[in-house]
Design a protein around this ligand. Structure first.
Ligand SMILES: NC(=O)c1ccc[n+]([C@@H]2O[C@H](COP(=O)([O-])OP(=O)(O)OC[C@H]3O[C@@H](n4cnc5c(N)ncnc54)[C@H](OP(=O)(O)O)[C@@H]3O)[C@@H](O)[C@H]2O)c1
Length: 272
């Protein structure tokens, strides 16, 4: 498995995203992903599937310390009274002693970051949360968070249709990793003529090329979701080939402002 590292921490570059997967689909999906060789699983309190993710992990028989497990704290729980309690509830639901990464799922301007990090510090000190991170933070917000705590990751939407140049500069400056969510643009990449042509040249699929483009960038990890066993297996095929520089550029050139996840509570995105 390819890894990315920051702050001396190594993270498997290709993870398995679990949003919109619940019940047996999630339980069996996580177990199958781990059997296939995935070693990075992404969940969130907001997905309502932490219990099933934990059951899939337990059933897989893969030792806990061989899996990078990420969950996310809901913004409504960022206050001092809730942050630690709700994180403990996640650990209980997942059936684990610790998570590798706890992300603040979306910015919440109503709670100072200092308060949230202070509330989570005992969990970090006791090894219940190995690393802290953020998600959907703008470059400015990321710098603010990193000035307060050793946040390792910012998880954001990233695919060929939405560039993250400014955030990637921040990741470099602050020694952090960017985890790409919606790395397949929720399936849109599979019918892109430019990506299809590059895929044909390598005997690969467009999804594998889109993932490869992300994984060939420094500081980037990706977490495609695949409810289908066939897709789960296929996505691992992103790990065993290389795109040429001109092919990387061809994918960068697809850039537009195609943001797929933009709820009303999203921050004002910085595009300059
Ligand atoms: N932090 C956040 O706010 C946030 C927001 C959104 C997502 N996420 C995380 O990122 C993960 C991925 O994002 P996403 O699920 O929205 O989008 P995505 O991974 O870009 O796309 C998933 C879609 O692509 C399909 N697919 C997967 N592999 C494929 C392949 N090899 N060929 C063709 N189609 C394929 C899946 O189909 P099947 O499922 O039918 O296999 C599904 O419909 C989520 O599961 C979640 O863990 C985080």
């Amino acid at each position: 498995m390819i890894e990315r590292s920051a702050q001396g921490v190594r993270v498997p570059a290709l993870g398995f995203g679990t949003s919109r997967m619940v019940g047996d689909e999630c339980r069996n999906g996580v177990e199958h992903a781990l059997a296939l060789g995935y070693r990075h699983i992404d969940t969130a309190q907001g997905y309502g599937n932490e219990r099933e993710v934990g059951e899939g992990l337990a059933r897989s028989g893969v030792p806990r310390d061989e899996v990078w497990l990420t969950t996310k704290l809901k913004p409504e729980w960022f206050g001092a009274a809730d942050a630690a309690v709700k994180t403990e509830a996640s650990l209980q639901a997942l059936g684990v002693d610790y998570v590798d990464l706890l992300l603040l799922h979306w910015p919440n301007e109503n709670v100072p970051l200092e308060e949230t990090f202070a509330a989570l510090k005992p969990l970090v000190d006791h090894g219940r949360v190995r690393h802290l991170g953020v998600s959907n933070f703008t470059p400015t917000m990321t710098r603010a968070a990193r000035s307060l705590a050793p946040v390792l990751v910012n998880q954001v939407e990233y695919h060929p249709y939405l560039h993250q140049r400014f955030l990637l500069d921040v990741m470099h400056d602050l020694d952090m990793l960017l985890t790409a969510y919606c790395p397949l643009a929720q399936g849109e990449v599979v019918s892109d003529p430019v990506i299809m042509e590059i895929a044909d040249a390598h005997g690969k699929t467009p999804a594998q090329v889109a993932l490869r483009w992300l994984l060939q960038q420094p500081r980037v990890t990706a977490i495609p979701k695949a409810a289908s066993a066939k897709h789960r297996e296929a996505n691992l095929g992103a790990l065993d080939f290389n795109l040429r520089e001109d092919e990387m550029v061809a994918l960068f050139d697809l850039e537009s402002e195609r943001r797929l996840v933009n709820p009303t509570f999203a921050p004002t995105w910085e595009r300059t």
